[in-house]
Design a protein around this ligand. Structure first.
Ligand SMILES: [Zn+2]
Ligand SMILES: [Zn+2]
Length: 240
């Protein structure tokens, strides 16, 4: 009720004032970027499930998911704001496919809040991101992961370094199996320069099978980073 009132009041005072980035309702007094109802939608979904201790994927009852028990990923851990479902999926699709670049700010803020829960992220000395091929970058006009990395950098006060490049265009991979994805992506990424850092955060928009971030991580380790942890906005869920 109070929220509705303050939202209504704001609408009168600032006709183009703050609206929820997702549902477009006017924000209440203590709301920022997303309205509480939308934020609650994300956290209540998350709270129903557990996540794999290594890759952060939503799983039903194990501690480690089937993929990570088969082979341990090259990164220390991966975390995400939420599962690629509902609100998270809708936000990501607007950001990535409908060109709403302004969502990078609130998305980066939510990613920073997730990162702050884990010491591995906080003690990292640089942030880098999954690159797009030149062709894809031209087509989309921006690299969504790079925008998120820069937003995250503002909140965590850790610098961004553009360390990776994607040297070949790969086929859209949504329908491929994990093995096919790996084969498709192998040699697609290259580290651009040798550095010497203890820890880096690798940013991507979504974690699906982990093949993209694993290959990027392998290159970063080759390039002189000792440990990599992965942060994405969305992650997969093996809960069916
Ligand atoms: Zn909302
Ligand atoms: Zn896992």
């Amino acid at each position: 009720m109070l929220n509705k009132l303050t939202g209504g009041l704001k609408q009168i005072i600032y006709p183009d004032g703050d609206k929820c980035c997702f549902c477009n309702n006017f924000l209440g007094l203590y709301e920022n970027i997303f309205c509480n109802k939308c934020l609650y939608g994300i956290s209540s979904w998350n709270n129903n499930y557990i996540t794999c201790k290594i890759c952060g994927k939503f799983i039903k009852d194990q501690i480690i998911c089937a993929d990570c028990s088969k082979s341990k990923p090259p990164f220390m851990l991966a975390k995400a704001v939420g599962a690629y479902e509902g609100l998270i999926k809708a936000i990501l699709q607007r950001f990535k496919y409908q060109g709403v670049q302004s969502l990078a700010g609130p998305m980066g803020r939510l990613m920073a809040l997730e990162a702050l829960k884990h010491k591995e992220f906080i003690k990292s000395s640089l942030i880098t991101f999954v690159p797009l091929s030149t062709g894809r970058l031209k087509e989309r006009g921006y690299n969504q992961s790079q925008l998120l990395a820069h937003e995250l950098s503002k909140y965590l006060q850790i610098p961004v370094k553009d360390l990776l490049e994607k040297t070949i265009d790969t086929e859209p991979m949504a329908k491929l199996t994990k093995e096919e994805r790996f084969k498709n992506l192998d040699h697609a990424f290259k580290v651009k320069e040798q550095v010497s850092f203890q820890g880096a955060i690798l940013v991507d928009d979504v974690y699906t099978t982990g093949s993209t971030v694993s290959l990027c991580c392998r290159e970063l380790l080759k390039g002189g980073i000792k440990e990599v942890c992965v942060l994405t906005f969305a992650t997969g869920c093996d809960i069916m």
